[in-house]
Write a protein that binds this ligand. Structure first.
Ligand SMILES: Nc1ncnc2c1ncn2[C@@H]1O[C@H](COP(=O)(O)OP(=O)(O)O)[C@@H](O)[C@H]1O
Ligand SMILES: [Mg+2]
Length: 121
């Protein structure tokens, strides 16, 4: 389960900074792996036994509209391609997705970076 850093859990929780509390809240909803994105900043992830970060590539951001949606879609795609849902697989999927999302913010509009649709001949 992935959220943006602006997300605020609806329940009060003690301990740690805001992202730590959000990660704990997300994991409490049932997923085995949670992450919080923060624009150009490090994405923080956590699971039941550990935590870490993935740093998105530095890009010249032109338009960040839709970046979170791109990251979610690219993460789902990467997980669907992968061999499993172990921590290493999910961190790899997150790393791949952050690269796609960061690329998407380099052009104006949420879809311009995709290029022309493939033809079907
Ligand atoms: N300024 C930026 N530079 C590089 N990557 C970015 C930037 N803004 C967003 N991204 C990429 O898009 C992902 C999601 O962006 P984020 O702003 O955290 O989502 P949301 O806007 O949905 O809260 C980031 O984790 C990162 O990979
Ligand atoms: Mg954003």
């Amino acid at each position: 389960m992935i959220s943006g850093a602006a997300f605020r859990p609806p329940t009060r929780a003690d301990g740690g900074d805001a992202v730590t509390r959000t990660l704990r809240y997300l994991l409490a909803q049932g997923p085995s792996f949670a992450a919080v994105t923060a624009g150009p900043g490090p994405i923080r992830w956590a699971d039941a036994t550990g935590h870490g970060t993935v740093t998105p590539p530095a890009v010249h951001a032109v338009d960040t509209l839709g970046a979170g949606d791109v990251l979610h879609g690219a993460f789902a795609w990467a997980v669907a391609q992968g061999a499993g849902a172990r921590r290493a697989d999910l961190v790899a999927a997150l790393t791949s997705a952050s690269g796609v999302a960061s690329r998407s913010v380099g052009s104006f509009g949420s879809r311009a970076w995709l290029g022309p649709a493939p033809t079907s001949d």
